[in-house]
Structure formats: structure tokens, C-alpha cells
Design a binder for this molecule. Structure first.
Ligand SMILES: [Zn+2]
Length: 187
């Protein structure tokens, strides 16, 4: 994860996030690449202070980094944050503050979790909301002799209440060299 150059897509997102003037974001809708000084007499009378503006930028950076990192495990989050114009140092000036990575959701083996709204139940096709711990349930089928990560089918996301209705193409083999397995992962 360290020291990988940013992908073209990550660089382009970072350039937009860095350039965009977030200081009046709560007060007016505007185009991408908006700069407050170009608004002339239409400029909002209100604007955020420097800390508030930076908080908006960091939140936008995290939302975009979540999806980029989910699709590209090599995303260097610090490099991306810095390209977005975010200061990644700790309050005492040490490099690479842990708060930068703490803003991202990780699954139980350290990968970045997928977009929240993309989880739909394999049985009923309705959205699955994370539980109180921010986790969702995944089910699948594995060979009896392999470790839990060796999915032979799945994993698919299901509601707790739908799991008994899950049907898989390997059902006829379950109990005969295959087992049903499940896990909870960060959504
Ligand atoms: Zn369901």
C-alpha cells in the first residue's frame, strides 16, 4: 500500500477535490471546480472558517477514497489525501496521522469495504443495512477441507432473516465435501 503512484482516476479526483473551493459549500450549490472569488455579486454572504472548510474537504476526500480504495487495493491513502490538499500530519506535526486511515471502513481482513448502498440481499433483493456494529452478513459455500476464505460459491450478502431461504447451485453438495459458511464483515 505504501509508495504506490496514484492511478490516473485517483489523480483526477484529487485534482478536483483540491481545486474546489469548499468554503461556501453549505450555503450555495455550484459547479464542480467552483471558486468563491469568481461568484462576484452572486457570492454567498456566508462562508465557513478555515477549519470548517478543511473538515468538508477531508470528508469529501474520505468518501471518494473509500470507493477508489475498494476498487484498487494499492491506493496510497496518504498520497491521495495530500493530492486532495489535505494536511495528513498529526496536530503535533508528525507525518502520516492515523486519523487519515481511521476515516475509512475496513473489512475483517483489512480491505476497504464496498460502497454502503451497493449491498442488496441475494434472496429478496432489498437493501441490507449494517447492524449496530456496522457489519453485514455474507453467506456462501466452501470445500470442507479449505479455509474459510476459500469460497466455492459466493459470498453473497443476505439479511439475517433471509438466510434460511438462500439457495445456491452447490446445495446438493453441502454435507458431501462442501459446507455452508458465513461471515460478518464491515459494510
Ligand atoms: Zn433479504
Amino acid at each position: 500500500m505504501a509508495d504506490m503512484p496514484l492511478s490516473r482516476l485517483a489523480r483526477d479526483f484529487a485534482a478536483e477535490i483540491s481545486y474546489h473551493d469548499w468554503s461556501d459549500a453549505p450555503f450555495r450549490t455550484d459547479r464542480a471546480g467552483h471558486r468563491r472569488e469568481h461568484d462576484g455579486r452572486n457570492a454567498s454572504a456566508f462562508h465557513l472558517d478555515a477549519t470548517q472548510t478543511e473538515n468538508v474537504r477531508i470528508n469529501v476526500m474520505w468518501v471518494v477514497a473509500q470507493v477508489l480504495g475498494h476498487h484498487d487495493p494499492n491506493l496510497d491513502i496518504y498520497r491521495f489525501a495530500e493530492a486532495c490538499g489535505v494536511d495528513t500530519r498529526t496536530p503535533s506535526g508528525q507525518p502520516r496521522s492515523g486519523s487519515i486511515t481511521a476515516g475509512l471502513r475496513h473489512d475483517n481482513i483489512g480491505r476497504l469495504g464496498g460502497p454502503v448502498l451497493c449491498h442488496s440481499c441475494h434472496v429478496c433483493d432489498r437493501a441490507v443495512q449494517p447492524d449496530d456494529q456496522g457489519k453485514i452478513r455474507r453467506e456462501g459455500v466452501a470445500r470442507q477441507d479449505s479455509s474459510a476464505v476459500g469460497w466455492a460459491w459466493g459470498p453473497v450478502v443476505v439479511h439475517e432473516e433471509c438466510r434460511t431461504k438462500l439457495r445456491t447451485p452447490l446445495d446438493h453438495l453441502v454435507g458431501n465435501g462442501y459446507v455452508s459458511i458465513w461471515e460478518k464483515i464491515a459494510a
